[in-house]
Design a protein around this ligand. Structure first.
Ligand code: NAD
Length: 481
């Protein structure tokens, strides 16, 4: 193993204790820019997972009893520590995940912002008084934390996705055992470290790694766990939703895959559409669940759109994320490179035109070129399966109904986008798109104060906004005479 001194040690965090690998099984963590191992993450044994669940259960009552005002102070302190440590955390994130250092820094700062917002929103978790129809009765609706939470997070956005779950759960008084991706373990440990240094009581947050299916099976079934939250693929989400139901109809939030359509209408500002969508498409090398992917462009603009998009994509500098000149890093693992090659070959084989990229980028690391495929037939795999990589695919339409029909054709419904200068078309499209989020002439769909989540097979429940706090609260009605 070629350890990288900048990467730091990988540990488990259970009941306020940092646990070294010791004689536990370990798994190498690979730098996707070089293909080399940079560290080894310890796998939690069954005893470690049991200890984490018990710690979360023991910590729950005192943490719930702590005034939200005091919980918020700890979360805000942790946010400040993340900001102070932005460079260390960002470098570790790039080493294990590959994204450009600028994106990594932005991710850490955004996560700190999420902590601040949820800390404050936790202080505003109000109930409600309902006027009673029974003389002398008082009717009160109160909100309570659901209990210890089991969270599972992926490798693509290894700080923001856990930050959303951890901060909202902790702000309202829940405790948590989180199992982040074994491919990007250092990022979450930095959040845990900031919370630990900010004075988080032991057991409120526990971080474990292991074989995903084994950890999720043990944790979800554990009697202490009252809520499951998962971000990842639809296939795994289905398995975890089933486990949550079998474990006693446990509540679950599922943030699953998407396949975002982008409708570019005849009256769109073409330059603006291309500029904003190229930036959104190739951010994090397209490994984002809200990444714009299926571009349905009015036939009068299609060829100009493709030419302009392809030229902007080709101009993106691909390289090691630690090089400040890099515009797009490697894909996070070799599975994604193989998937890109398969999707390109399939689309071209079915008659699509390769307008940009389409190939591996270097002789080592998981690089793939920013890719544009034009006139992709509806039956191509890329039109039906989330590419989760740097791939934009286009098709033409001639009528509003045709565009909406194509956009809503898939069983996914996470993000969607449309570009038009007509407010009438914008209103019609916002109503017609089957999606949890709609960006009209922009891609600002991911803020701490706004709800983020999908419909159909993209999952259920929201993160962010007041809706994201509700995910960790139960409602109790009290009728008193
Ligand atoms: P995958 O579906 O096996 O894994 C997705 C994530 O789920 C990983 O973080 C993994 O550690 C975790 N996971 C897998 N099995 C699990 C289990 N039984 N219990 C708990 N966690 C489990 O495959 P992958 O190759 O990592 O990703 C493939 C696809 O997943 C992508 O193409 C994309 O569609 C989707 N994905 C979506 C998101 C998102 O943000 N919605 C993030 C990552 C991956």
């Amino acid at each position: 193993m070629t350890a990288d001194a900048r990467y730091g040690a990988l540990q488990l965090f259970v009941d306020g204790r940092w646990l070294d690998a010791g004689d536990r099984v370990t798994e190498d963590v690979i730098n996707p820019a070089t293909g080399e191992a940079i560290g080894a993450v310890p796998h939690a044994g069954r005893d470690d997972i049991e200890a984490a669940a018990q710690a979360a259960e023991r910590a729950f009552r005192p943490w719930k009893a702590l005034p939200a005002y005091d919980r918020a102070k700890i979360l805000r302190k942790a946010a400040d520590l993340m900001r102070e440590r932005v460079e260390t955390i960002a470098v570790r994130m790039v080493l294990e995940q590959g994204k450009p250092i600028l994106e990594a820094r932005q991710e850490v700062m955004a996560a700190a912002d999420i902590f601040d917002w949820t800390a404050d929103e936790g202080r505003r978790t109000y109930g409600r008084i309902v006027p009673s129809r029974v003389p002398g009765a008082r009717w009160m609706v109160t909100k309570e934390p659901v209990g210890p939470v089991a969270a599972f997070t992926p490798w693509n956005i290894p700080v923001i996705i856990p930050a959303r779950k951890i901060s909202a759960a902790l702000a309202v008084g829940c405790t948590m055992v989180i199992k982040p991706s074994e491919e990007t373990p250092a990022s979450v440990l930095e959040i845990a470290r900031a919370l630990d240094d900010a004075g988080l009581p032991k057991g409120v947050l526990n971080v474990v790694y292991g074989v995903p299916a084994q950890v999720s099976q043990q944790l979800i079934a554990h009697p202490a766990i009252r809520k499951i939250t998962f971000t990842g693929s639809t296939g795994v989400g289905m398995q975890l939703a089933r486990l949550a139901a079998e474990a006693g109809v446990k509540r679950a939030t599922m943030e699953l895959g998407g396949h975002a359509p982008v409708l570019v209408f005849e009256d769109a500002d073409l330059d603006h559409a291309v500029r904003s969508m190229v930036a959104a498409k190739y951010r994090n090398a397209g490994q984002v669940c809200v990444s714009p992917t299926r571009f349905y462009v009015h036939e009068s603009l299609h060829d100009r759109f493709v030419e302009s998009f392809a030229s902007a994509a080709t101009a993106i500098r691909v390289g090691d994320g630690l090089d400040p000149a890099t515009g797009m890093g490697p894909l996070a693992n070799t599975r994604r490179v193989a998937a890109m090659e398969r999707l390109v070959a399939d689309a071209v084989g079915r008659g699509a035109r390769l307008a940009a990229g389409g190939e591996r980028g270097a002789n080592r690391g998981s690089f793939f070129q920013p890719t544009v495929l034009a006139d992709v037939p509806v039956e191509a795999q890329a039109m039906n399966e989330e590419p989760f990589g740097p791939m934009a695919i286009t098709s033409r339409f001639s009528s509003f109904d045709e565009a909406i029909g194509q956009a809503n054709r898939l069983p996914f419904g996470l993000a969607s986008y449309a570009f038009t200068t007509s407010s009438r078309t914008a209103a019609m499209v916002a109503d017609a798109l089957e999606a949890g989020m709609v960006g009209l002439n922009n891609n600002f769909i991911n803020m701490p104060e706004t709800p983020f989540g999908g419909i159909k097979q993209s999952g259920y429940g929201s993160e962010g906004g007041t809706e994201g706090m509700d995910a960790y609260l139960t409602t109790k009605f009290v009728s008193q005479t």
